[in-house]
Ligand binder design. Structure first.
Ligand code: HEC
Length: 145
C-alpha cells in the first residue's frame, strides 16, 4: 500500500521522482507532497482550517478588550512598562511616592492632560475616555499602595 501511494506521488508530482531518485525515503516524498498540497489549499471562512486564522485576527482586539489592564499594556505600557523617559513603573514604590503625595486628583489630571515634558496627554490613548484614564491611573497606583 505504501508503494502504491509512492507510485501515485511519482505520477502526480513531477518533482517527486527527482527527490526519490536522490535516495530520499518514501516518507520524505510524502512530506514533499504534503508540503506542496498545502500551498494550494483553499481555506474558507467557517471551515475548521480557518479557525486558527480567525483566532489570530481576533487576538489584538481581545487584548484591547482585556479591561483596564489590557488598556494599560496596549497604550500606557509603551512607556510605563520599561520606564521610558522616567515614566513610573507598576509596583515601583519609590518612583510613585512623590507622585502619590500630590493626591489622586492631580494624578488623574496628569493622565488626562499630560505632564510636560514627557508624559503625553491621555498617555496617547486617544480613544480612552476620562473615566478610563482615571481607572488606569487607579490600576497603576493600586500596585504601590
Ligand atoms: C510616551 C510615553 C508615555 C506614555 C505612552 C504614557 N506615559 Fe504616563 N508618564 C510618562 C512619563 C515620562 C512620566 C513621568 C513624567 C514626569 O514626572 O515628568 C509619566 C507619568 C505619569 C503619571 C504620573 C503623573 C504625575 O503627576 O506624577 C501618570 C498618572 C501617568 N503617567 C499615567 C499614564 C497613563 C494612564 C497612560 C496611558 C493611558 C500613560 N501614562 C501613558 C510617559 C508616558
Amino acid at each position: 500500500m505504501k508503494r502504491l501511494s509512492v507510485l501515485f506521488a511519482l505520477i502526480l508530482m513531477p518533482a517527486a521522482p527527482v527527490a526519490f531518485a536522490d535516495g530520499h525515503a518514501a516518507g520524505e516524498v510524502n512530506a514533499i507532497v504534503e508540503r506542496i498540497r498545502k500551498v494550494g489549499a483553499v481555506c474558507v471562512e467557517g471551515d475548521a482550517c480557518a479557525a486558527g486564522a480567525t483566532a489570530a485576527v481576533a487576538a489584538p482586539a481581545g487584548a484591547a478588550a482585556g479591561g483596564i489592564e489590557g488598556r494599560y499594556n496596549a497604550t500606557c505600557g509603551t512607556c510605563h512598562l520599561a520606564g521610558v523617559g522616567g515614566a513610573p513603573k507598576l509596583g515601583d514604590t519609590e518612583a510613585w511616592a512623590p507622585r502619590l503625595a500630590k493626591g489622586m486628583d492631580v494624578l488623574y489630571e496628569s493622565g488626562i492632560a499630560g505632564l510636560a515634558p514627557a508624559m503625553p496627554a491621555r498617555g496617547l490613548c486617544m480613544d480612552c475616555s476620562d473615566d478610563e484614564i482615571r481607572a488606569i491611573v487607579d490600576y497603576m497606583v493600586d500596585t504601590v499602595r
